[in-house]
Write a protein that binds this ligand. Structure first.
Ligand code: CTP
Ligand SMILES: C[C@](O)(CO)[C@H](O)COP(=O)(O)O
Length: 317
């Protein structure tokens, strides 16, 4: 079973307020992109990596990756898959060959799309091209460049569950806050509480609203800049926060992305994550334990927290 990784790095970093691509923001002196690609390479279970860069910056991203050769860690943990605790065994996928041969990892850089979903689709096409028509027993991990500190153990847990036969596997954590569903109170924009709900200011609220889509909770724009009313309180014990890398049998995720490609053309209809497409296609998605260290860098405060984690490997491990 071959395992490829798609690392999506073509986002604009609007909520971060990036002047440059967010994937090039520095953590411990290196771009987030390099940390994420290295995590995949050093996991010991990934054969090749497709990096998805902003479409007009492919050569620049290639240069950045060439400057920091990424190889498999020679001392990385075993490449064979042990069934993951708590994940029921499926039919299995030739686990003994996970990770392929030793040697340098093949890295391609391809251009991204208008939404994360489109960017992932372009990375998947590249993996399919590279693996060829005989890709039906292969797997792919889809990872945000914005999650630079993902531990190798999480990557291997995902691959173990794929090898055990599960077509879609996501690392996840319980949620710490109480989550409520809300609706907007139309008040003509008099009460501008949306700003404080959406983040550090009105701009942040508007950006969050864009990501949330037309039904989003946080308010944005004059007409939406109002109070929100609680509709429902969810049972927190049944909620999980999704992380990446999300792992899939290649044939299943390619089909799901192709079937729902039209939705990926606009932020409002695009899937929030890749597992959502597989769910929509009616396939089961199983969860494995994620990590606090796999936090996503969305806003500037996240980079400050990530630097604390990078400086102290025992934190959140
Ligand atoms: N068109 C896009 C949008 C997002 N991404 C990638 O998807 C990951 C998760 O997205 P997010 O954190 O939302 O990044 P941005 O889209 O850059 O952030 P924002 O929504 O604030 O602009 C990031 O690694 C980002 O580079 C991508 O490759 N292509
Ligand atoms: C894929 C993801 O990281 C899972 O939590 C998340 O959905 C990405 O969301 P974003 O708004 O595109 O960062």
């Amino acid at each position: 079973m071959r395992v490829a990784a798609v690392v999506v790095a073509a986002g604009k970093g609007t909520r971060f307020g990036s002047r440059d691509a967010k994937a090039l923001e520095r953590l411990s002196g290196e771009p987030l992109l390099v940390h994420s690609a290295r995590a995949m390479a050093e996991s010991g279970v990934v054969d090749r990596i497709a990096i998805v860069a902003p479409a007009d910056r492919i050569e620049e991203f290639e240069g950045i990756l060439r400057a920091v050769p990424l190889g498999r860690a020679s001392d990385s943990p075993e490449k064979t898959a042990e069934p993951t605790k708590g994940v029921a065994d499926g039919p299995g996928r030739a686990a003994e060959t996970i990770g392929g041969d030793a040697g340098p990892i093949e890295i391609d850089v391809v251009g991204g799309g208008r939404t994360r979903q489109e960017s992932v689709a372009r990375g998947l096409d590249r993996v399919f091209e590279a693996y060829g028509p005989d890709a039906s027993s292969d797997c792919v991990l889809i990872h945000d460049a914005a999650r630079p500190l993902v531990p190798g153990a999480v990557i291997r847990r995902v691959v173990d569950a794929l090898a055990a036969g599960h077509p879609a596997v996501v690392p996840a954590l319980p949620v710490a806050d109480t989550i409520k569903r809300v609706e907007r109170i139309a008040d003509g924009g008099r009460a501008r509480l949306g700003a404080s709900l959406g983040g550090s200011g009105a701009g942040a609220a508007e950006n969050e609203s864009e990501k949330a889509g037309s039904g989003g909770a946080a308010s944005g724009g004059e007409a939406d800049a109002g109070l929100e009313r609680v509709v429902e309180t969810h049972d927190r014990t049944l909620l999980r926060a999704m992380q990446t890398p999300q792992g899939f049998h290649l044939d299943a995720i390619l089909r799901a992305h192709r079937d729902f490609a039209e939705k990926g053309e606009e932020e409002a209809s695009a899937a929030p994550d890749d597992a959502a497409l597989v769910e929509a296609a009616g396939l089961p998605v199983v969860l494995v334990r994620g990590s606090e260290r796999s936090m996503k860098i969305t806003r500037p405060i996240d980079l400050a927290i990530a630097q604390l984690l990078a400086d102290d490997p025992s934190l959140g491990a």
